[in-house]
Ligand binder design. Structure first.
Ligand SMILES: C[S@@+](CC[C@H](N)C(=O)[O-])C[C@H]1O[C@@H](n2cnc3c(N)ncnc32)[C@H](O)[C@@H]1O
Length: 684
């Protein structure tokens, strides 16, 4: 409360909010940024973020992929950000939109059934010279749903809500998601498993079970030398399970009636009742095993685990000390668990016995309220073998599911979709279903209620855009444009995708559209719908998102403004040609074709226009050239932020800088033509 009353802090808060909305600053709990750092992502990597929403880690991954890209070029890598929850996917799309990336696909699947997108072998032999035959990833981030006790400091509600059942209910799902991630990982690839919980059942037990199932094909990486300044504790090697008022040391202690909930894989040895009867399961009565009471051997000080202070307990044979526990008091953060896994060889074939065991072990997660965790209702079990995993994922889809005629269909726009994960019969491809008396239902391949993704190939429109903006031939258009509307005559928005995303999309078409795509690439062109737009030679304007990428290739409809005229434009949003300080600039603006144009701000006071080179530091905005004036086509918020930055940078007109026009908080991209169409506008 006190903080809010402090005016300086209040202003700082406003600044943070604005910069966050614009995309210059991302606010994130520091510890939550750690897992992507251990992924060792390179700009050419294909990365899968399995449980990605609301997208803070996806944003980080994209930043890493893009960090060394030059203006006008895209990295070779890409990110697929997946989440089960469609609303949270939308949040992720909003967050990542600020990245202006063509290298992102957002999907909406149960991570444990993420599609394999694998071409059949014959196809593979024919086509594989230049194309990818299966969707495999160099890096997988497995930031699974968890009980969230690591966030207790910032979510005090959890003190009341958290109970041991939450972790018990999530363990199997976490194992399944991790296994699916490993099956989609390339050999040699790295996967990071993380939770914001300190519960060993959701952490070390999951890692141990995954290592057990993978039988040597996956190793737990010792990353103690990476990010050496990060204080972390080693993973636990032994723990007990608390259930119904009792501490359970071993699976044999679990009463029969609880065995569908408390699984053998939750215990350090991972051994079931039968295995334990005559086994020599390692027990560490003194608690002297590496990493429990002393130094873990890698310079990291181990702390005593409170639930382990009593006598005998099972000890896990895997090197779980390589897992990392980040504790709140170590460096004043939230708590996080991180394990880094590397796939060293193909996952082992599953035996019938193992599959049966896994089937028996799978329990539906309890219906509890979890932090960040949307517990899904999964009915089909998963197994360890990659092909079985693929088969399960693909089988999980009921291709014969009838279309429900009375399905309530909302207005399906290019960015909206129905949250129901349902599929159409296989023969339905990119069509628009007419439901009698209802609005049209978009269909993405097999996925009903999801906008289709269609390659945009309308040569007339593409050529009109190329001609109008004089887009250099070197800019790759072919196969890089997509729309979200199966009716290509009424396309409103055209999205741009990178080569890597294009490859994945082509593969997805070949495998029968297994991916349920919520968002793809970035908006590059948008149809100008207002009256004046229809009379412009080109119906499509360049979107703010797409401008930085295409800017180096634009040769027409481009103006270079002095800093003072640029500022004038931002401040007034629309300026008559004769009102620019630089008369030559006004004249050039007047001579442009009507429609969208780009205004680049020149550095320095003089306009050495044509010789200017576009690079990462170039500041440019989209404008609309009307009959008598230029109008800015940037959101009010972006205008304000850009103006503030410029005022600081050039320190022009001292004294006036503090008073920017904040009257409009409109966050949508401005449709200047609509403004121009207002009644008292002499321009129209
Ligand atoms: C811990 S949060 C992820 C946070 C995210 N990685 C970030 O950094 O912003 C877990 C996410 O998993 C999603 N989720 C829950 N069950 C899932 C499942 N079976 N498959 C995919 N996502 C799931 C939830 O909707 C939630 O967004």
């Amino acid at each position: 409360m006190q903080l809010r009353k402090n005016q300086t802090l209040e202003r700082f808060h406003e600044f943070l909010k604005l910069e966050n909305e614009i995309g210059n600053i991302t606010r994130q709990e520091a510890v939550s940024m750690v897992p992507p750092l251990f992924l060792d992502v390179h700009s050419d990597h294909f990365v899968l973020d399995m449980c990605a929403a609301p997208g803070s880690k996806t944003f980080q991954l994209l930043e890493i992929i893009h960090q060394s890209s030059k203006a006008g070029s895209l990295p070779d890598g890409m990110v697929i950000a997946n989440d089960l929850d469609v609303q949270r996917c939308n949040l992720l799309i909003h967050q990542t939109k600020r990245m202006c990336t063509a290298n992102l696909i957002v999907t909406n699947h149960e991570a444990q059934h993420f599609p394999g997108c694998r071409l059949n072998r014959n196809y593979e032999r024919m086509e594989l010279d230049h194309n990818i035959g299966q969707l495999l990833f160099d890096r997988v981030l497995c930031d699974v749903p968890c009980s969230g006790d690591g966030t207790l400091r910032k979510a005090p509600d959890l003190w009341r809500k958290w109970n041991t059942g939450m972790g018990h209910g999530l363990h199997s799902l976490q194992v399944l998601i991790a296994m699916r991630g490993l099956s989609l990982l390339k050999i040699g690839g790295r996967m990071v498993y993380s939770t914001c919980s300190m519960n060993p059942i959701e952490n070390e037990a999951v890692v141990a079970e995954v290592l057990r199932r993978c039988g040597g094909s996956v190793k737990l990486v010792d990353v103690s030398s990476e990010l050496s300044q990060l204080i972390r504790q080693p993973g636990l090697k032994r723990w007990k399970i608390y259930d119904k008022g009792t501490w359970l040391v071993s699976y044999k202690d679990v009463p029969k009636y609880r065995r569908s909930v408390i699984l053998s894989s939750m215990f350090p040895s991972g051994r079931g009742h039968h295995d334990l009867v005559d086994s020599s399961c390692s027990v560490d009565p003194e608690g002297i095993t590496n990493g429990i009471n002393g130094n873990a051997g890698d310079g990291v000080q181990a702390v005593e685990n409170p639930v382990m202070s009593e006598s005998a307990a099972e000890v896990c044979d895997f090197p779980l000390e390589h897992c990392m526990r980040i504790l709140p008091h170590d460096q004043n953060t939230g708590a996080f668990f991180i394990a880094v896994l590397q796939k060293v060889s193909p996952l082992p074939a599953i035996t019938e016995q193992t599959k049966k065991k896994i089937d028996e072990q799978y329990v539906e997660p309890a219906n509890q309220s979890l932090n960040d965790a949307q517990v899904p209702q999964i009915t089909s079990p998963e197994s360890t073998h990659e092909e079985v995993l693929n088969a399960v994922s693909e089988e999980n889809v009921d291709d014969n599911e009838p279309i429900t005629e009375d399905l309530e269909v909302g207005p399906v726009t290019c960015e909206e979709q129905n949250s129901k994960e349902t599929r159409e019969p296989d023969n339905v491809q990119n069509t628009t279903k007419r439901v009698p008396g209802k609005r049209k239902l978009q269909i993405q391949g097999k996925w009903r209620g999801v906008d289709p993704v269609v390659f945009f190939k309308d040569e007339t429109i593409i050529n009109s855009i190329k001609d109008f903006y004089g887009i250099d031939e070197r800019f790759p258009f072919n196969g890089h444009l997509v729309t979200r509307n199966s009716d290509t005559n009424h396309v409103k928005r055209i999205y741009y995708i990178s080569k890597s995303v294009k490859d994945v999309l082509e593969l997805n078409f070949k495998v029968g559209q297994q991916l349920k795509i919520t968002s793809i690439g970035m908006k590059m062109f948008e149809r100008q719908t207002a009256r004046e737009g229809s009379s412009a030679p080109c119906a499509f304007r360049i979107s703010s998102e797409g401008l930085p990428l295409i800017l180096p290739y634009i040769t027409k409809q481009i103006l270079h403004a002095s800093p003072s005229d640029f500022k004038h434009l931002l401040q007034n949003k629309e300026v008559k040609f004769e009102d620019f300080t630089d008369a030559e600039f006004g004249e050039k603006a007047a001579n442009l074709l009507p429609g969208c144009c780009v205004v680049i701000m020149c550095i320095g006071k003089t306009v050495a226009a044509e010789s200017l080179k576009v690079d990462e530091s170039t500041i440019a905005i989209g404008c609309w050239k009307g009959r008598a004036r230029l109008s800015v086509m940037v959101t009010a918020m972006d205008c304000q932020e850009l103006l503030e930055r410029l005022l600081i940078r050039f320190d022009t007109e001292k004294g006036s800088s503090g008073h920017l026009d904040n009257s409009s908080n409109d966050v949508e991209e401005v449709q200047p033509v609509q403004e121009l169409n207002r009644e008292n506008d002499d321009d129209v």
